[in-house]
Structure formats: C-alpha cells, structure tokens
Ligand binder design. Structure first.
Ligand SMILES: Cc1cc2nc3c(=O)[nH]c(=O)nc-3n(C[C@H](O)[C@H](O)[C@H](O)COP(=O)(O)OP(=O)(O)OC[C@H]3O[C@@H](n4cnc5c(N)ncnc54)[C@H](O)[C@@H]3O)c2cc1C
Length: 301
C-alpha cells in the first residue's frame, strides 16, 4: 500500500486550505471530495475578506487551481468510505481506488445542515431562508425579516436578527415559550406571532414572499432565519472513535488534533459555533501547520 503524508477528506474551504499548507511544505497529499458543500445552495459567500459576491463554487475552483501548482497535491472527486488506524498511520478506503495509507488523516468533510421541515422551504433554503445572520444578514438589512423557532434559543436569535432591521417577527409556530422574555423582545421591536405556520410562499429565484399561517393573516416577509438540524455527513468520525460535542461536532484541540494518533479535523466538522468560510480556511490552515510539525517531531523522536 503506498504511504503518503496526508489524506484530506473534503475539498471545501477547510480541506483545500490544509492541502495548500501541506503542498507548500512539499508534503504528499491526497484530497478527496464528493462536491456537496454546506453552502451549495447559496449564490454568494457573505463576509469573506477581499471577496465580495464570490460564488461558493467559484471559490473552490480558484482554490483547486491554486493547488494544481503544487506537484505533491492530488485532488480527486471521490468519497472516503472508511478509515482505520494502521501501522502508525491511517488506512483510508476510497471509492473506486486502492486503499491509501497516510501518516495523517484530516476530516474536513463539513456538516450536514437540514432546515426545519416547513412546507415550501426547499426552493427558498439558502436564498431567502437562512440560518446565520452573520453570513446573510447584511444582504437583507433593513428588510422585513422573520425568525422561526421557540424557547430561549429563538429569543436569542430574534434579538440577534433585530440588529439588522427594525422589522422582525418571531414566529413560534405554536404556543410561545418565551420564559419571560416578552419585554426584552418588545424593547427590541420584535413582534411575536404564535399561529402555526401553514407554508412558506415563495416567488421566482428562491425569494420568500410571505409566511402563511393556519389562522390569521399572512406575514409579508423578505427573509426568514431558522435553526438547522446539524449532523456529521458520514460515519468516519464515529468509526474512528472521535469524540463528538453536544452540538455533534468533532472535539479537537486548537490545532485540530482529535486525540486519535494521526487523525485531525478541520472546518465545520469540528466547529461548534461561528461556522463560516473564513473560519474554515483559518482552521484548515492551522491543521496543515500542526501536521507538518507533528510529523517532524515524530521523526526526530
Ligand atoms: C445555506 C448555507 C449558507 C452559508 N452561507 C455562508 C456565507 O454566506 N458565508 C460564510 O462565510 N459561510 C456560510 N456558510 C457556512 C459555510 O458554508 C461553511 O462554514 C463552510 O463551507 C465550511 O467549510 P468546510 O470546508 O468545513 O465544509 P464544506 O464547505 O461543507 O465542504 C466539505 C466537503 O466535504 C465533502 N465530503 C463530505 N463527506 C465526504 C466524504 N466521505 N468523502 C469525500 N468528501 C466528502 C463534501 O461534499 C464537501 O464538498 C453557509 C452555510 C450554509 C449551510
């Protein structure tokens, strides 16, 4: 079995960033990617320094082109199916390829984000139904916004979104459980609507037009912020025995070490909060440094 320095699972911002550091350090790296990034549905990446209006796919294409200048980096479209510790490294099973033995494995495969199953949400997700105001709030600032959710978490989200507009409706989709937060919400100008939602009414190009309720008038809204259900997108972390946080992300130290020899994680897969392209790039880069330095230390010991 050929031995290389690292296999990176995931060719998103995190994985490409790790591969760039390793490629520049002349390490032999294989990046495998199935091409299903978290933000595939979005038209642009918001909040990335020096990149205004860049599309997620374009960012990856430019990243891959940059990596192509590094002869020790190989980027393939394929799925990593399995991984197990083996002979001081990690043996990785990759779709349609011979298994690869690597000194390091980087789990940079992102997270799966599922919006709540509101009727009509599908074509609007990532276009006018969002999960993160830091990513998309600026583009809808000053507009008619809504937040879907209930309980303290939803109160926090509504207060956060109120920073981007004076017109926010918190849709609790049933009897509100606001635990005394009504005055705070009122002070922030957030209206509360308890009627159960019937469906989201959308227009062309994924635009939200209105929220329809089982009872009462509809709410004309330009965007809706929701809470997503998030999971690891595959079983690699659990198969390897990586520890997961309550949020379902891989637990690592600041440099992405999982505690399992040779196994690192970067990007969304290992980020409990504040997940973004910028943070994934930074995390991926740190992991690249850590791999080079750890392998050097091991070789010297
Ligand atoms: C709807 C939406 C909109 C967003 N908008 C923004 C925004 O405007 N600005 C911003 O900064 N952030 C935004 N984000 C967050 C941002 O997309 C993520 O933080 C970022 O993409 C994380 O990068 P990553 O490399 O960790 O994961 P990803 O970009 O998700 O890439 C992971 C890659 O790994 C691949 N993969 C998974 N399993 C395997 C496997 N077994 N084998 C091989 N490959 C595999 C996937 O196909 C994918 O290509 C948004 C997220 C969502 C869900």
């Amino acid at each position: 079995m050929p031995v290389i320095d690292a296999v990176v699972v995931g060719g998103g911002p995190a994985g490409l960033s790790t591969a760039l550091v390793l490629g520049r350090a002349r390490r032999r790296v294989l990046v495998v990617d199935t091409g299903r990034p978290a933000n595939a549905v979005s038209s642009t990446v918001g909040g990335l320094l020096a990149q205004t209006g860049v599309a997620p796919g374009e960012l990856r294409r430019v990243g891959r082109r940059q990596l192509a200048e590094h002869p020790t980096v190989d980027v393939r479209t394929a799925a990593a199916l399995d991984a197990e510790p083996s002979g001081g490294g990690v043996a990785v099973t990759i779709e349609d390829r011979a298994p690869v033995l690597a000194r390091a494995l980087v789990l940079a495969h992102g997270l799966r984000y599922d919006p709540p199953p509101l009727p009509g949400v599908g074509p609007l997700w990532g276009r006018s139904v969002f999960h993160c105001p830091f990513c998309d709030g600026w583009e809808v600032r000053g507009r008619r916004l809504a937040v879907h959710g209930n309980g303290p978490q939803a109160v926090r989200s509504a207060l956060l979104v109120a920073g981007w507009t004076d017109d926010v409706v918190l849709c609790t989709d049933g009897p509100a459980r606001l635990e005394g937060a009504e005055p705070v919400l009122a002070r922030a100008g957030v209206r509360v609507r308890e009627d159960p939602i019937r469906r989201l009414r959308g227009g062309s190009d994924g635009a939200l037009l209105a929220i329809e309720f089982i009872t009462g008038p509809l709410e004309v809204r330009d965007a809706l912020f929701v809470r997503t259900q998030r999971d690891q997108p595959n079983r690699l972390a659990s198969t390897l025995g990586c520890r997961l946080s309550a949020a379902g992300t891989i637990v690592t130290d600041v440099d992405g070490r999982t505690g399992i020899p040779g196994v690192y994680a970067a990007g969304d897969a290992a980020t409990e909060h504040s997940r973004s392209v910028a943070n994934a790039i930074g995390f991926g880069s740190r992991v690249g440094y850590a791999i080079v330095l750890d392998q050097l230390a091991r070789a010297a010991s």
